[in-house]
Write a new protein. Structure first.
Length: 220
């Protein structure tokens, strides 16, 4: 009996810089690990490394420069229009360094993922590795979460948890966390496009089971 082929999910990735997480997700799609296709990579900054990486992967790119707009609302409205041109099933924020307006979040609610380099809800915002060391945290890591109007406060899908070593510096901790980013972001995207990972009324479900506040935790 023939098995019906499910069309690959359409994924748009937003970046602001090097695009290493974008590359991890895109390569997982191209290898067939994820039944998805990155149909566009959009950047709010021109001439960043992530655009070069996307071009090497033969992914269409577009720049919507935030400096061209007078307000955050105007920029987000133009970014929404650019994203909608590609009719995505999922929008992935991969180092997209913009605070999103409520209108943007509502437009893509439930199909908008972000990655943040801490064990949310700890250390929202910037300089997370430095803050983890200064706080004397015994564990640190990275979180993939659904995006809501609450900055870095949407419900968690998956976390990678690392022990903070006695000799860790901000640089060494960042490097180890980034290695785990490239592991868990493709996992979260894979779960989403397979219909296994969903958000409903502020909670995250995997295989129709509600996840704890941390989301799924992977420890190494």
């Amino acid at each position: 009996m023939d098995v019906e082929q499910v069309e690959p999910a359409r994924i748009v990735i937003l970046i602001s810089g090097s695009g290493s997480n974008m590359q991890a997700v895109a390569e997982a799609c191209q290898k067939g690990d994820i039944n998805g296709q990155v149909v566009a990579v959009l950047s709010n900054r021109p001439n960043v490394l992530g655009l070069e990486r996307a071009a090497e992967l033969e992914i269409p790119t577009q720049v919507v420069d935030h400096q061209d707009f007078a307000t955050r609302e105007e920029f987000d409205a133009n970014m929404i229009r650019a994203i909608d041109e590609y009719a995505p099933d999922l929008v992935v924020l991969a180092g997209f360094m913009r605070i999103l307006t409520p209108d943007f979040v509502r437009r893509f609610r439930g199909r908008l993922l972000n990655i943040h380099p801490s064990l949310l809800p700890k250390h929202k915002g910037l300089h997370t590795h430095k803050r983890a060391l200064e706080a004397g945290d015994s564990e640190h890591g990275v979180t993939v979460h659904f995006v809501t109007e609450d900055l870095d406060g949407g419900p968690n899908a998956i976390q990678a948890v690392l022990k903070v070593l006695d000799d860790d510096t901000e640089t060494s901790l960042q490097k180890r966390v980034q290695q785990q980013e490239h592991v868990i972001y493709p996992i979260a995207v894979k779960w989403f496009v397979e219909g296994r990972l969903t958000m409903h009324k502020g909670d995250v479900y995997l295989d129709d089971k509600i996840l704890p506040e941390s989301g799924v935790q992977l420890r190494s």
